[in-house]
Design a protein around this ligand. Sequence first.
Ligand code: AP5
Ligand code: MG
Length: 218
Amino acid sequence: MYIIMLGAPGAGKGTQADILSQEMNLPHIASGDLFRQALEERTGVGLLAKSYMDKGELVPDEVAIKMILERINQPDCAAGCLFDGFPRTLHQAEVLDKAFREQGKTIDKAIYIEVPNGELVKRLSGRWLCRTCQIPYHIINSPPKTPGKCDKCDGELYQRSDDKEKTIKERLSIFFTQTIPILDYYKKQNKLIKVNGNLGIQEVARAIISALKVPMSP
Ligand code: AP5
Ligand code: MG
């Protein structure tokens, strides 16, 4: 299955994609994580992406598209994957569909995690991520067992530089102008599933898994 996770910054795309990835045994392909990894490696793409990410703006379509198409052409994505953060513009969605058509593949579902703005800001301001495996934690909602350390891989936790109040506002505004039109695109294809993301992490996961009709592990 190829599934797209849609939602505003802080909606829980990464959190839910991590859960689904384990439940469905699918790779989690997060465009933001790929850009941050490229930046750690000081590649040209990473440094270019940083100049946009720091302002809360989208990286140009052609850069994001090239990076994702290269990633999903790797063998681990041959039978499916979970897209997180891509597509984010109508153009990205159209190019992805075209590339999939040429390979005889199709996007199965697009899941929109809906969360009110005030809650998004609270989630982003309290978020800590693992520098090694990128799993998100929250100081109140999902704290790590040991402060500053990842439960899964013992990696160091850090706060993203774009989780500052001014940049969060810009990211939200860009989501509403540039990404929201994608919802209609997938709705017209009968692929859109909306879930209430303003519930606990496990409740949201259960809603998504039930909408996808996937058996959930006990
Ligand atoms: P990206 O990394 O994709 O960031 P984003 O879309 O802004 O989304 P976030 O990762 O901030 O939020 P999330 O929905 O994953 O929430 P999370 O699960 O962490 O992109 C960053 C930048 O890269 C962009 O601004 C852009 O510059 C660039 N970029 C990326 N993709 C691009 C593309 N395709 N084209 C162009 N540019 C691109 O959860 C947030 C917090 O809430 C966590 O602390 C979590 O523990 C907590 N939480 C989650 N769910 C719940 C819940 N149900 N209840 C309570 N707390 C919860
Ligand atoms: Mg994320």
